[in-house]
Ligand binder design. Structure first.
Ligand SMILES: Nc1ncnc2c1ncn2[C@@H]1O[C@H](COP(=O)(O)OP(=O)(O)OP(=O)(O)O)[C@@H](O)[C@H]1O
Ligand SMILES: [Mg+2]
Length: 264
């Protein structure tokens, strides 16, 4: 349902962030995108909804070629792509409820959005989503009063209230502690399964990706160097993606944390 066809991004600085990336993401599939810093993960995500304009190549969402759309049509298609960021990007002085409802701004008319009067159906759905992520009691809190994990849950609700077909998720756990990171990853993956949503999740932490997704794509220097199951990520493969690093140590560290959690 999401297809990248020889997608290239060369920044003005000459950085070749993506080199003819070919990718097919079927409906409902949750995929983790891993790779070292600078591999092009954020660029790939942003080229899909054209927050970053691709240099060449095509992006298809279902039967629609996103890369061929004018501004108005692109705005409409963006409703079908929910985005979740590392830095949450909430409006600090607005309440949790208002932040969630801002996900509907692509749908409600201009005047309504100015006065922030949303249809009752949107408000009901926002309550349902907040309940689902365990934040119902916080609907009236200001965003700046929340913890990192709570903020990310609000970001998830805001993306889902768009009723998207695909979620684009950029480092959702980068600012969170290990336990909260696992909770957030689990929540995103459960919600995708419940709603039949496809997702691409950029994630630094390989062990975390392996815990939750069925497919992992490894990016290195703007090229796909791995595309397969998490189990196939052998130390050799990981070295190919990341270069020389001590993978055994990384994975042991996560197991230690899990033990500590079990004891606590
Ligand atoms: N706005 C920009 N202008 C110029 N070059 C950029 C820009 N954004 C990214 N790049 C370059 O493109 C390449 C890919 O960057 P990108 O941010 O996509 O990597 P990433 O895999 O998301 O890295 P990280 O894990 O650090 O977030 C890098 O070489 C980066 O320096
Ligand atoms: Mg990035």
């Amino acid at each position: 349902m999401l297809r990248l066809d020889r997608l290239v991004k060369t920044y003005k600085t000459g950085d070749q962030a993506l080199k003819a990336v070919e990718l097919d993401i079927p409906s409902g599939q949750v995929t983790a995108l891993i790779g070292p810093s600078g591999a092009g993960k954020s660029t790939l995500i942003r080229c899909i909804n054209r927050l970053v304009e691709p240099t060449s190549g095509k992006v298809w969402l279902g039967d629609t070629e996103l890369t061929a759309l004018g501004a108005g049509a692109l705005r409409r298609e963006r409703r079908r792509m929910g985005m979740i960021f590392q830095e949450y990007a909430l409006v600090e002085r607005l309440t949790v409820m208002e932040n969630v409802l801002s996900g509907r701004l692509g749908y409600v008319g201009f005047w309504r959005s100015l006065t922030r009067r949303f249809p009752q159906a949107d408000v009901d759905e926002a309550f349902r989503l907040l309940d689902r992520v365990g934040l119902l009691h916080m609907a009236d809190k200001r965003a700046d009063e929340l913890s990192g994990g709570q903020r990310q849950r609000v970001g998830i609700c805001r993306a889902l209230i768009q009723d998207p077909a695909v979620l684009l998720v950029d480092e959702p756990t980068a600012s969170l502690d290990p336990k909260t990171s696992r909770q957030i990853m689990r929540l995103i993956c459960e919600l995708c399964a419940e709603r039949g949503l496809a997702a691409i999740i950029n994630i630094h932490d390989v062990a975390l990706a392996q815990m939750f997704v069925a497919r992992v794509i490894g990016l290195r220097f703007g090229e796909v160097v791995y595309d397969g199951s998490p189990d196939g990520l052998t130390p050799d493969k990981l070295t190919e993606i990341y270069g020389e690093e001590d993978w055994e140590a990384t994975i042991e560290k996560v197991e230690d944390e899990d033990d500590a959690e079990a004891v606590a």
